[in-house]
Write a protein that binds this ligand. Structure first.
Ligand code: ATP
Ligand code: MG
Length: 256
């Protein structure tokens, strides 16, 4: 009888990042498993974006190793399994000459051979991604004309078009109103629960999604991982993390 061990999607060991002689991240170890919903929080400049970029091989660690699906990063090729919405992805020039449909289709390019025609599978994946992010009615709109909330959903649809198993979102919520934000959170939660898509979400809006997330990573040069996010969200912990008298809004209804 063989015992199968669960291989994490990401397996990070003793990762450090140094820039301009300064250690930005030190000795980060973490694992991310299939179907998890993880939130990453931490102060500005704490290293959240840097960590995610190292996970994706976009920044090179000064120390340590990243494995994806058990493979060393340099041997990993199935990038279509990973959807990434970078920070500031939603800032688009007002005159950018592309429709929403064009943008979501771009999410398929990693799956296609260069210059090949769009297949039925491509079309279905694009439709499905737009349906899941509730942007079908926007498909002919110019992307530069969208509101912040609409753009956020379009960028996620683009990431979803490659049919990823994991979606990594780097703070896509800046400048989006509360109602749109809640609608977006509901879509993410549905993706996680119904489609079993693993979600890694960098956000400052932790109180609002506390019910959805399974684990919380706090990043401030080092990583702290907590398995019980709600318990971890005490003001004292937040003050320590952010280095100020943090006041956490647990629920927008009671918020300030
Ligand atoms: N290539 C680089 N060269 C110099 N400094 C860098 C480099 N990359 C990142 N940094 C620095 O590392 C620190 C962490 O940046 P990072 O963008 O990861 O933070 P963050 O947690 O994502 O912040 P925010 O919440 O503002 O998005 C910052 O002080 C940043 O200036
Ligand atoms: Mg960042």
């Amino acid at each position: 009888m063989s015992i199968k061990f669960k291989v994490p999607i990401f397996d990070v060991k003793n990762l450090s990042y140094t820039a301009s002689g300064q250690e930005i991240l030190s000795n980060i170890s973490l694992e991310i498993f299939n179907s998890e919903y993880i939130a990453i929080i931490g102060p500005n400049g704490g290293g959240k974006t840097t960590l995610v970029r190292m996970l994706l091989g976009l920044d090179k660690p000064s120390k340590g190793e990243v494995k994806i699906y058990g493979k060393r990063l340099k041997n990993f090729k199935e990038w279509n399994k990973i959807g990434y919405v970078p920070q500031r992805a939603s800032h688009v020039d007002a005159n950018f000459p592309a429709t929403v449909l064009d943008i979501v289709k771009m999410g398929r390019t990693s799956k296609r051979k260069p210059f090949s025609r769009e297949s039925k599978e491509d079309k279905e994946a694009v439709y499905d991604a737009m349906l899941k992010m509730d942007v079908l009615d926007l498909q002919d709109k110019m992307v530069g004309r969208l509101s912040g909330g609409q753009r956020q959903r379009v960028m996620c649809a683009r990431a979803l078009a490659s049919k990823p198993e994991i979606l990594i979102l780097d703070e896509p919520n800046t400048g989006v109103d509360m109602v749109s934000q809640k609608r977006f959170y509901a879509l993410l939660s549905k993706l996680n629960k119904e489609e079993k898509i693993t979600i890694v979400f960098i956000t400052h809006d932790i109180g609002v999604i506390a019910d959805d997330i399974g684990r919380l990573f706090t990043i401030n040069q080092k990583a702290t991982i907590c398995n019980n996010p709600k318990q971890a969200l005490s003001c004292e912990d937040m003050s320590k993390l952010y280095g100020i008298e943090a006041h956490l809004v647990h629920n927008h209804k009671h918020g300030h």
